[in-house]
Design a protein around this ligand. Structure first.
Ligand SMILES: Cc1ncc(COP(=O)(O)O)c(C=O)c1O
Length: 427
């Protein structure tokens, strides 16, 4: 691996590669981000496999940030990589003027796995595109413009998805966003009847990921779906982060036995190998929106053969390797272990919560995170803040994670919290 690494990156030394990469980020990628990453001691990621990432010095890290949910199958899963290699040699991108067998197969398999009668899928390249597509679909299907979303939601950063997202810091510089988007409290269906009057749809994450790993009470999605039905609005489950096993269900909306009208996916859909996104809809919804206008929503790269080959292999691996079950079992180990640590440090940790392998450690003060995450990194474990709630550290490892790897990550978390408390005391 080291030889391949050196051949690919071609740097004189690990230190030279780190310096070159930092300088390139600082000058050509994102100067402010480069400085923040450097300050937090972020190394250069050179290669990765399963739950492990290696840096330029060959140091191994357990990936508990998990690409913010991308690496459900871990890194470079052999089955997915093989499928992509085979497809790459044959035809990387389709010309779009002819039928593409891989898109057809991926869409069919997704419909087989998806809940209820969700059937027709549109494939794109990212989560935010999937949300944009879902927002357009519900507007076209209902002839209504208003979308109801939730406080703290994260649906992406393109203008439509951002309008549905809930963090003001990300929204304010781009105002005015879509006008007819209303935000209601997450996890509380009581005000939905009023909010949904005249609305096209309610969009919600079954568990808010970037909002701070907020797990609603069981029954919330069901109550929300019923409110949608009463209002003639559609129910959109944004499963970009929670879908495909992450929460210990194939799709997290299945926890409540709810079949959404539209479901959005991305992250884990192609097994962490090729960028992908998709939304899948009930046939009647699709028909109302695009039944007579098949070109109203299109994408040049969306549904390309590489992504579809990856998705087919990833969906097969998810089932055959029983990863949904593993997410439940290892998730329980992670939550219980983190709660035991939290009990020793009540001044630092306010709460540990999660569903499956989407776990959040809520700190009593945002300031502790800046000490905990780098210390965990020093101990060889990656972790990350949630985007809309910086007081919460997310632990989101691949679903292939083992008992020993979870135990090692818990040791690193304990060390991180202990160090933060030693350094900062009560905040
Ligand atoms: C629930 C949810 N929706 C949408 C997105 C946006 O996905 P992307 O970053 O691929 O555009 C995210 C990303 O974190 C997400 O968690």
């Amino acid at each position: 691996m080291i030889e391949e690494r050196d051949a690919l990156y071609g740097a004189a030394s690990p230190a030279a590669l780190a310096e070159e990469t930092y300088e390139n980020y600082r000058r050509y990628v994102n100067p402010a981000l480069a400085r923040v990453m450097k300050l937090s001691g972020s190394p250069v990621e050179t290669h990765a496999h399963a739950c492990t990432i290696w840096d330029q010095n060959g140091k191994a890290y357990l990936d508990f940030a998990g690409g913010y949910g991308v690496f459900t199958l871990g890194h470079t899963h052999a089955r997915v990589v093989e499928a992509v290699h085979a497809q790459l040699d044959l035809m990387a991108l389709s010309g779009k003027t002819m039928f593409d067998p891989m898109l057809g197969r991926a869409a069919k398999r997704l419909a087989e796995l998806a809940p209820g009668d969700l059937q027709i899928s549109f494939w794109c390249n990212s989560g935010t595109e999937a949300v944009e597509g879902a927002m357009k679909l519900v507007r076209a299907a209902t002839g209504r413009a208003k979308i109801v979303s939730t406080h703290g939601a994260f649906h992406g950063k393109t203008l439509g998805a951002l309008s549905a997202s809930g963090r003001e810091t990300f929204r304010a510089p781009f105002a005015p966003l879509l006008e007819r988007v209303e935000h209601v409290p997450f996890g509380d269906a009581s005000g939905l009847d009023a909010a949904l009057e005249g609305a096209a749809a309610f969009i919600v994450e079954p568990v808010q990921g970037e909002g701070g790993v907020n797990v609603p009470a069981a029954g919330y999605l069901r109550a929300a779906k019923e409110a949608c039905e009463r209002a003639g609005a559609l129910f959109v489950a944004d499963e970009v982060q929670t879908g495909l096993g992450r929460c210990g269900f194939r799709f997290a909306c299945e926890r409540d036995g709810v079949v959404p009208d539209v479901m959005t996916l991305a992250k884990g859909l192609s097994g962490g190998v090729v960028p992908v996104g998709a939304f899948i809809a009930r046939p009647a919804v699709w028909e109302r929106a695009y039944g007579k206008a098949p070109l109203l929503h299109t994408s040049t790269f969306g549904g390309n053969p590489l992504a579809c080959a990856a998705a087919l292999a990833a969906m097969a691996a998810l089932e055959e390797e029983h990863l949904v079950e593993n997410a439940r079992v290892r998730g329980e180990q992670l939550v219980q272990g983190a709660r035991a640590i939290a009990a020793q440090y009540p001044a630092v940790v306010a709460e540990v919560r999660g569903l499956g392998l989407l776990v959040g450690v809520e700190l009593t003060n945002e300031g502790y995170g800046g000490a905990i995450i780098p210390e965990m990194l020093r101990h060889g474990v990656t972790a990350a803040w949630t985007l809309n709630q910086q007081r919460v550290i997310r632990l989101e490892p691949p679903l292939v994670v083992t008992h020993a790897e979870v135990a090692a990550a818990l040791d690193a978390l304990r060390a991180g919290i202990a160090t933060a408390y030693e350094k900062l005391g009560p905040l």
